[in-house]
Design a protein around this ligand. Structure first.
Ligand SMILES: [Mg+2]
Length: 215
C-alpha cells in the first residue's frame, strides 16, 4: 500500500506568521509608515506575497526602489528568517526511513518557496517540493495534489494524506482529492460544515507521530 504524505509548508512545517510580522515591522519603520499603513501592509502580504503585491506597495507608499527590488529584499528576509524545528526535520526523515513518500505542496512563487525550504533545511528531509507557480494551479485544486504526488513518484489515485493548517486549501482540498487529512489546528477549533479532517493535532510533530501509527 502506498504511503504518501503531502505536507503544507507555511504555518505547518515552518512558522510564517512570526517572520512576516517582523518583516512588516522592519519595513514600516524603514519607510516611516503609519500604524494604519502597517496593518494594511500585513494584511496584503499575509493574503498573498507575490511580485505584483510589491507593485501595489510601491505605488501606495510612494517608494523609490523598484517593485522588483522590494520583492527581492522581501524574499531574502523571509528565506533567512524562516526556520524548521529540528524535531520536525527528524520526523520527516523518520517517515521516509519507514517507507513514506514525503512531499511539500505549497501555494506560492517557486522563487520564495524554494528559498524557504532550502534555507530551513527541509529540502534535505523530503522527496520533493512542489510550489503552485510551477504546477500552474493552487491548492485546493486537485491538480496541485496530483502534481505533488507525481513529483515524488507517487500516484494520487492510490491515496495518501494531506497535513496542513489551511481549512480550505489543505483539508477541504485534500478531501476533495480523495486523500485523508490531518489539520494542524494550533489553538483553533474546526469551523464546522462539511469535509471535517480525519484528525486534528496542535502541531506538525503530533501529526507525524500519528502518521507513524497508521498503516
Ligand atoms: Mg499553511
Amino acid at each position: 500500500m502506498q504511503r504518501l504524505a503531502i505536507f503544507d509548508l507555511d504555518n505547518t512545517l515552518v512558522d510564517r506568521q512570526g517572520p512576516l510580522t517582523d518583516w512588516v515591522s522592519a519595513f514600516s519603520s524603514q519607510n516611516a509608515l503609519s500604524d494604519l499603513d502597517r496593518a494594511d501592509l500585513l494584511q496584503l502580504v499575509h493574503a498573498r506575497a507575490h511580485p505584483s503585491a510589491f507593485e501595489t506597495i510601491r505605488a501606495q507608499y510612494g517608494l523609490t526602489p523598484s517593485a522588483e527590488a522590494l520583492w527581492r529584499d522581501y524574499c531574502v528576509y523571509m528565506a533567512r528568517s524562516v526556520t524548521c524545528p529540528a524535531d520536525v526535520l527528524e520526523g520527516l526523515s523518520t517517515l521516509r526511513r519507514t517507507g513514506w513518500k514525503v512531499v511539500v505542496a505549497t501555494n506560492g512563487t517557486t522563487e520564495i518557496q524554494t528559498a524557504k525550504v532550502t534555507m530551513s533545511g527541509i529540502v534535505d528531509h523530503v522527496d520533493a517540493v512542489c510550489a503552485s507557480e510551477a504546477v500552474g494551479v493552487r491548492k485546493p485544486e486537485v491538480g496541485m495534489f496530483e502534481g505533488a504526488a507525481a513529483a515524488c513518484g507517487a500516484d494520487l489515485a492510490l491515496g495518501g494524506w494531506v497535513i496542513g493548517d489551511g481549512v480550505d486549501t489543505d483539508i477541504r482540498g485534500g478531501r476533495a482529492a480523495g486523500l485523508r487529512t490531518i489539520w494542524i489546528s494550533g489553538s483553533r477549533t474546526w469551523p464546522g460544515g462539511d469535509a471535517e479532517p480525519d484528525h486534528a493535532t496542535t502541531d506538525v510533530c503530533q501529526a507525524i507521530d500519528l502518521l507513524l501509527t497508521v498503516s
